[in-house]
Design a protein around this ligand. Structure first.
Ligand SMILES: Cc1cc2nc3c(=O)[nH]c(=O)nc-3n(C[C@H](O)[C@H](O)[C@H](O)COP(=O)(O)OP(=O)(O)OC[C@H]3O[C@@H](n4cnc5c(N)ncnc54)[C@H](O)[C@@H]3O)c2cc1C
Length: 282
């Protein structure tokens, strides 16, 4: 039970987490009724922010050159984006992987900050059944098998018409299922559901399934950043404007609210935009 509570958010393993890190990540705010739902789906938020902006999709940056007077992002397709300043919002997993080369290299403080942060391993498997076999009021089922949690799409809020259950898997459990093929991972989770609902045997009612695996997603390399044991202060160090015209945002730099959520990432964007305005107005 303790493991369940401590590792459900953030999604680290017990040996990666500390109470100080959990405090720094303000995980307790999750319990304070701060959840909001975007009824149009999360897509609506970046679409709204990106309105009238020149957003380039399918453009992967593999190098950022920075100095006191400007910065240039280079894409894998050979494009160059030179600017008076650049804000890097790449996820912690991408930054730690070295997929983006920095020239000159980042100062030690930034690499120390990245060492103090981690991306959780996380995966969802979505199941659509022929019919609902759970009670109307079900929000989630916490378990100790290969899957940590199952929940209903609206998490017990509103009409849950579609007979869908979502398996939510974090930490070492996610890595174990990620190492399997999708068909194997689905079979393992269905066997787990048969164990939990032996009178129903959900595996006999399955219509469709889909695995969403953030462990192998090259654009995130994990899901949910968290402060590692010994990493206290890392979010502040990564956020610090100490790399000339190169600034930092994204949920890894969140210090003002619970970390690793959309509104935290949004707040870091506002913070770094203000830093850029002040930098350019020098
Ligand atoms: C399974 C899961 C469920 C979640 N549920 C919730 C929730 O219910 N509520 C909530 O508030 N938060 C939730 N979160 C957390 C939330 O998704 C993150 O906190 C938020 O997306 C972080 O925003 P960001 O802009 O920092 O990073 P991201 O949203 O990861 O955006 C980073 C962007 O950088 C791009 N990128 C990566 N590498 C490169 C590169 N080399 N060049 C160019 N672009 C690159 C990526 O494609 C991506 O578009 C969830 C996360 C996960 C994994």
């Amino acid at each position: 039970m303790a493991e369940q509570m401590l590792t459900v958010h953030p999604l680290g393993d017990l040996d990666q987490l500390s109470m100080i890190g959990i405090r720094d990540d303000r995980v307790v705010e999750l319990e304070r009724g701060v959840d909001w739902r975007l009824t149009a789906g999360y897509d609506a938020l970046p679409t709204w922010i990106g309105k009238n902006l020149d957003v380039r999709y399918e453009t992967k940056v593999d190098k950022i050159q920075w100095s006191e007077s400007g910065a240039t992002a280079f894409s894998t397709t050979g494009e160059e984006f030179a600017a008076r300043s650049v804000i890097c919002t790449a996820p912690i997993g991408v930054l730690k992987s070295g997929a983006i080369q920095f020239s000159p290299d980042l100062p030690t403080s930034k690499w120390q900050a990245l060492n103090g942060l981690e991306m959780g391993s996380v995966m969802k498997i979505l199941f659509r059944f022929k019919e609902r076999f759970w009670d109307d009021g079900l929000t989630m089922v916490g378990c100790d098998g290969p899957v940590r949690l199952y929940w209903t799409p609206l998490y017990g809020w509103g009409e849950d018409a579609t007979p869908v259950l979502i398996a939510y898997v974090g930490g070492y459990r996610a890595r174990a299922l990620s190492a399997r093929t999708e068909a194997e991972a689905v079979a393992i989770a269905l066997a787990d559901l048969d164990r939990i609902f032996p009178k129903v045997l959900p595996s006999q009612l399955i219509e469709d399934s889909q695995r969403v695996d953030w462990c192998t997603n090259e654009n995130t390399r994990g899901g949910y950043s968290f402060v590692r044991v010994g990493g206290s202060g890392s979010r502040q160090a990564l956020a610090a404007s100490d790399t000339g015209a190169l600034f930092w945002a994204g949920d890894g730099t969140a210090t003002e609210s619970i970390a690793a959520v959309v509104h935290a990432a949004y707040a870091t964007g506002l913070r770094s935009a203000a830093e850029v305005i002040s930098f350019l107005g020098r």
